[in-house]
Design a protein around this ligand. Structure first.
Ligand code: T4K
Length: 419
């Protein structure tokens, strides 16, 4: 292909495919009128926080959906992870994947618990249960697997290893609300599970999270810890912190729950639209959902084989960004390559080959209710065209002064400067 035909791509001066940026994680918003009604009732009642009626209703509805005895709503998923791992007595070391959002590792490190990074099974993006044995030491106090991208990890195998070694397990299920594993809802496995209801999650409470569990004693301890250890008015019986969800957050959560089926349906339509367009693209594979299970379809993740496409993830992301498609390199380069872990364990990568290989190839694409199925199709077609010219685009980007591969248009700058 002659290089000037590449000029149709926005990165080389063409018109962007979309007028405004499409993001990964643009919040889903439920019925505004219903939200405003709830906000009015909060203001009328003047109960703004501290386990008010909205939070209690939210907890009941989440517990009901998941089918667990206890849901303790939290200010965010990270604090929920910190509190529940502490309530379970985790200390010294806990086994965790590196292929996750950094909050999973930070929740441990924040408590001086060393995250011991476990590699993923080739091609699965999930912790490899067979590797756990190699990482056990006398200091191991628990396992914190992650159910990534709305897809379950090998829960049964991990629980079997944990049982053999009498270790507690908390699943980081930040991405997994309203999903199932072998027919049972995620949230009911291990000692406890943690959800995130951050703005970017398909079901949000602005910021928020929850610990869910069937363990009565654990639930009681988590509740104490979440509210400064208060077991009664002016009665403190436990060490604690402030992890409470506010009434306003719960109001948003209830409104999101009302609309949840619609959110999932849009995500599902987008996933199918992407799949249809991406299936024929050589070197690009969409990470599939198992539709025999309940899925929230909230992340569209593609695996890019640069040897076939001729263009790597960073360049593909830059080309897409110029078209106003703000794809993300979640969760590159892996927790073990972020601080403080990269200083603590400079050679961890040697034991995390599959993690590094997977992360060098994955890209997350926009979905959610801000994205229409026809947008997903258009992005899929765009990727078809980019990959068809992959080697030529790569060569042209490499020949730029300073090898600049960052997008330059005004809209692009807005997109890149979002943070
Ligand atoms: N475990 C796992 C496996 C997790 O993925 C997470 C969080 C946690 C634990 C911790 O849960 P929380 O403590 O957060 O409840 C985002 C989120 O901040 C984070 O919650 C999430 N995972 C992670 C996967 O993604 P960033 O750094 O990518 O966020 P940001 O600000 O770049 O937003 C992503 C995109 O969403 C932007 O490009 C634009 C759009 N956006 C974002 C926000 C916040 C909007 O359009 N509106 C908004 O209000 O981390």
């Amino acid at each position: 292909m002659a290089s000037n035909s590449l000029d149709r791509f926005a990165i080389f001066g063409g018109k962007p495919a979309f007028e405004t940026p499409l993001h990964v994680g643009c919040p889903n918003i439920g019925d505004r009128k219903r939200l405003y009604e709830r906000l009015d009732s909060i203001l009328d009642r003047r109960v703004l926080t501290n386990n008010g009626p909205m939070v209690r209703e939210f907890e009941e509805r989440v517990a009901d959906i998941v089918g667990v005895r206890h849901c303790i709503a939290m200010c965010n998923g990270t604090v929920a992870l910190e509190i529940v791992t502490r309530a379970l007595g985790m200390k010294e070391e806990a086994i965790v994947p590196s292929l996750t959002f950094v909050a999973t590792a930070h929740a441990l490190q924040w408590q001086q618990i060393s995250p011991v990074f476990c590699d993923v099974k080739p091609g699965s993006h999930h912790m490899d249960p067979a590797q756990i044995h190699n990482l056990l030491t006398p200091r191991t106090s628990g396992i914190l697997p992650v159910n990534l991208w709305g897809r379950p990890c090998d829960i049964d195998a991990i629980l079997a290893v944990a049982e053999q070694n009498r270790l507690p397990v908390v699943f980081d299920s930040a991405h997994m609300f309203a999903c199932s594993y072998k027919g049972s809802m995620i949230g009911s496995f291990g000692d406890a599970e943690v959800f995130s209801f951050h703005a970017t999650k398909f079901m949000n409470t602005f910021e928020g999270g929850a610990v869910v569990t069937n363990d009565d004693e654990l639930a009681a301890t988590v509740r104490l810890m979440q509210n400064f250890g208060f077991s009664g008015r002016d009665l403190v019986t436990h060490v604690g912190i402030n992890g409470k969800m506010t009434e306003v957050a719960a109001a948003m959560g209830l409104t999101s729950l009302d609309a949840m089926d619609r959110f999932v349906e849009r995500n599902r339509e987008n996933y199918h639209a992407y799949r249809l367009k991406l299936r024929p693209v050589p070197g690009v594979e969409i990470v599939e959902y198992d539709e025999r299970e309940r899925c929230n379809f909230q992340y569209i993740v593609i695996d890019v084989d640069e040897n076939i496409t001729g263009i790597g993830c960073d360049e593909l992301m830059a080309v897409l960004a110029a078209e106003n498609v703000d794809a993300r390199r979640y969760f590159s380069p892996g927790c073990h390559r972020m601080e403080p872990y990269s200083s603590y364990f400079p050679n961890a990568g040697l034991l995390l080959r599959n993690t590094e290989d997977s992360l060098s190839r994955v890209l997350t694409l926009p979905t959610g209710t801000a994205v229409e199925a026809r947008d997903a199709e258009k992005i899929g077609e765009l990727i078809q065209r980019i990959v068809a010219d992959g080697a030529a685009i790569h060569a042209r980007l490499q020949s730029r002064p300073g090898r600049e591969s960052r997008p330059q248009t005004g809209r692009l700058a807005r997109c890149v400067n979002y943070r």
